[in-house]
Design a protein around this ligand. Structure first.
Ligand code: AHM
Ligand code: MG
Length: 338
């Protein structure tokens, strides 16, 4: 009967984190667990407001611009405020960097962590109901850190945890910790809990899918042009061309790449000389997820993304990331161009 099929032993994010904390032994203070609880609350709130957006008239412009001069959506502002308030409220965070805030925000108190985030990435897609997401990274501050923005100019290799939540057909949280596995959780709206639905996610080793804004082709350098050309018009006998998939929402494109494999790229080009995506809260957290799932992430200079030290908190980089073999292929083509 139906009742006997009910799983009464589900692993919620809370249970997962509690078990992880236990694994760390007595030196774990629980601060990180509390911080993650605050994070998941912000994801639930943002998910809720995105679902309700049309109904409660949040769609459209907020009448303000962020520092790059982009029009900010009302939901951008709300997502940012939710994030700032939950991070302040948990008492474990000293510094917060948000894509929507020009300066790092310093919280009073003795928080040991720094959090970097893009509260609602891909927000240009919101009005069309396309998936968007929150990207985040967590650093443990050095004991002598004064807690200002400079403490955050760190490479991805220093991240203790990173992840994202995609607000799509369901809210999907992907979380990984330093040297650990990548785990996927799905928000059960009725229970209000993130449930471990995708334990130990591994990115397929290769897959013939490419994801890039091809409208920028005229700005690409020759290596980049040659690489994508080789996917569309493979020279090997009987080889089939790759499929194109580009949502224009990094979290959604990254989530698909994680699930199905392939390559996602936002290269540096003649127009965006340093690329478009931000190192600290977009590229590095995604690179950590890709690597921990068995994939790779590199810059447009073919440097390991995780090693890049941003020059300032909103610094950008070109990025190629995804299946291990697909990134190898990128490196090969670029090597031929010297
Ligand atoms: P945003 O942080 O202003 O939302 O911009 C980041 C987004 C990413 O989600 C996506 O990968 C990229 O911009 C798409 O850019 P483009 O429209 O140039 O293809
Ligand atoms: Mg963004």
């Amino acid at each position: 009967d139906q009742d006997s099929k009910v799983n009464t032993d589900i692993i919620t994010l809370t249970r997962f984190l509690t078990e992880k904390q236990h694994d760390l032994g007595t030196h774990a203070t629980g601060d990180f667990t509390l911080l993650c609880h605050a994070l998941q609350f912000s994801f639930k709130s943002i998910a809720y407001y995105i679902r309700r957006a049309t109904l409660i008239n949040l769609i459209g412009l907020a009448g303000s611009s962020n520092k790059t001069g982009d029009d900010q959506k009302k939901l951008d502002v709300i997502g940012d405020e939710i994030f700032i308030n939950t991070m302040r409220g948990c008492g474990k965070v000293k510094v917060l960097v948000s894509e929507e805030q020009e300066e790092a925000i310093i919280f009073p108190g003795d928080g040991k962590y720094a959090v970097v985030c893009d509260p609602i990435d891909g927000s240009s897609n919101l009005d069309a109901g396309v998936s968007v997401g929150t990207i985040f990274g967590i650093f443990r501050l050095a004991d002598d850190a004064v807690g200002d923005a400079k403490d955050l100019l760190l490479p991805g290799t220093e991240l203790v945890a990173s992840g994202f939540t995609m607000y799509g057909a369901s809210a999907n949280l992907v979380l990984t910790m330093k040297g650990g596995a990548v785990n996927g959780f799905t928000l059960d709206n009725a229970l209000g809990e993130f449930i471990l639905s995708h334990p130990n996610m591994r990115i397929p080793k290769k897959r013939s899918i490419y994801s890039v804004n091809e409208g920028n082709t005229m700005y690409w350098d020759d290596a980049c042009k040659a690489y994508f050309e080789s996917l569309k018009n493979p020279k090997e006998e009987n080889a089939k061309p790759y499929s194109a998939r580009y949502i224009g929402s990094m979290v959604a494109d990254a989530y698909r790449t994680l699930c199905y494999g392939g390559i996602f790229a936002y290269p540096a080009d003649k127009k965006s000389k340093k690329g478009k995506l931000r190192i600290l809260y977009e590229c590095a957290p995604m690179a950590m997820i890709m690597e921990n799932a068995g994939g790779q992430a590199v810059t447009s200079q073919m440097q390991r993304m995780m090693d890049v030290v941003p020059e300032h908190i909103h610094d950008r980089s070109g990025i190629f990331m995804g299946s291990y073999d697909e990134v190898e292929k990128v490196k090969q083509v670029y090597a031929n161009f010297g």
